[in-house]
Design a protein around this ligand. Structure first.
Ligand code: CTP
Ligand code: MG
Length: 384
């Protein structure tokens, strides 16, 4: 059984255009409020479809595969019509009941719009989201002279996703003459006699077409921050002779060891305390008491993952974590990039949301004498 109740649903996201009017880097992969444009529709359709097909230009297939590891990636054609056909053909061997065709150029599509299209397909052969124009409509000449009024009552702007029963839509595409280029799937379906119902679209479901559309889409996607909280964390662990240690999630082979109940990763512990501090949820010792057999020699990554889960459970996001390791030895610089990656992975955030720095205390104090490693961290959480 599929996500549409009884019906299985495939979403075909067409992203094989050249974005000539937008100019610059391929518009389907341009950054929009922190993620590639295509990633926004991928995330939406993953919630509503059982299968995803992404149609791309061959040279972007590898980049798209990274964004959509579970999707079927298909090479597009010279026209949108050819690209949709390629997406439909990729499903022919194991046909779904319903196909939703969506333009990657509409990254702002909402779950509500997708759900309305799917709901309409319980009775309709085809369905597409539409928006009623609020402005008066006029026909203009090639020379930009306003000519006559166009009655608004029966005119709608049509968006995607456009949804259909899969088999008749595939048949409609296969019946097109070679090289046919139609404006959208509704046009192809109507040409084959398929009735298409209009469902309520969303004025914010804009199609990113011109350079200025990116700024508008970004404004709509970037939800305002409601609340910010900062927490600090500090930890220190003793150094002893040994055969290596784990610091900020990275195993360092050396003649030292860190002494502690868990793996004594002072870096990760400082991060956990910083996050707990921002949440106001006590400290690491309260959640993972030393002496509890479960945490003996435990990898501290588990504690960091737990902290990240607490952030999500409280409806927050990690905006940034900055960690400073303080020690004379081991030398941190050769491991800094790996540490940053390990911290980002444990928190399930992008590398750009974390920073790892290191300093010595110029021979002063316990870190200076090499008795131990200290770490301090600042975590910034936001609620949107
Ligand atoms: N599309 C496609 N294959 C094509 C042309 C377009 O898959 N040969 C896709 C685009 O990637 C886009 C959607 O169809 O998601 C709507 O097309 P449009 O907004 O016109 O995008 P582009 O064709 O990329 O842009 P332009 O026309 O400015 O070059
Ligand atoms: Mg185009």
């Amino acid at each position: 059984m599929g996500k549409g109740g009884m019906a299985s649903i495939a979403a075909i996201i067409v992203a094989a255009g050249r974005g000539e009017r937008a100019g610059g880097a391929p518009k389907q992969l341009r950054d929009l409020a922190g993620r590639p444009a295509l990633a926004w529709s991928l995330a939406r359709f993953a919630e509503h479809a059982d299968r995803l097909v992404v149609v791309t230009p061959p040279d972007l297939a590898a980049a798209v595969r990274k964004l959509a590891p579970d999707a079927t990636i298909v090479d597009g054609g010279d026209t949108r019509t050819a690209s949709v056909r390629a997406g439909l053909e990729a499903l022919a061997a194991d046909p779904p009941d319903l196909a939703l065709v969506h333009d990657a150029a509409r990254p702002l599509v909402s779950g509500a719009v997708i759900a309305r299209v799917i709901e309409a397909l319980k009775v309709a052969e085809g369905a597409a989201p539409v928006v009623k124009p609020a402005d008066a409509l006029k026909r203009v000449s090639d020379g930009d002279q306003i000519e006559e009024d166009v009655a608004r009552d029966h005119v709608r702007a049509v968006q995607t996703p456009q949804g259909f029963r899969y088999a008749p839509l595939l048949a409609a595409y296969r019946a097109l003459p070679a090289g046919a280029a139609l404006p959208d799937d509704v046009a192809v379906a109507r040409g084959a006699g398929i009735a298409v119902a209009a469902v309520e679209g969303d004025p914010d479901n804009l199609k990113v077409t011109y350079p200025e559309d990116f700024a508008r889409a970004e404004r709509l996607l970037a939800k305002p921050v409601q609340r910010v909280a900062t927490g600090t964390g500090f930890d220190a662990h003793r150094l002893a002779a040994g055969d290596g240690l784990t610091l900020c999630g990275v195993r360092i082979a050396c003649d030292l060891a860190l002494v502690g109940f868990s793996d004594a990763d002072a870096g990760f512990h400082a991060v956990v305390d910083a996050i707990l501090g921002a949440l106001g949820e006590g400290d690491i010792g309260a959640h993972f008491p030393p002496g509890d057999a479960r945490w003996r020699a435990a990898p501290s990554r588990l504690f960091v993952e737990d902290a990240a889960r607490r952030v999500a459970a409280r409806g927050a996001e990690i905006a940034h974590v900055d960690l400073t390791l303080i020690c004379e030895r081991p030398k941190i610089a050769p491991h800094r990039a790996a540490m940053r990656a390990a911290l980002a992975a444990a928190l399930s955030v992008d590398d750009t949301s974390v920073s790892v720095k290191a300093t010595t205390t110029e021979g002063m104090g316990f870190t200076g004498r090499g008795e131990g490693v200290a770490a301090q961290a600042v975590a910034t959480l936001v609620w949107r």
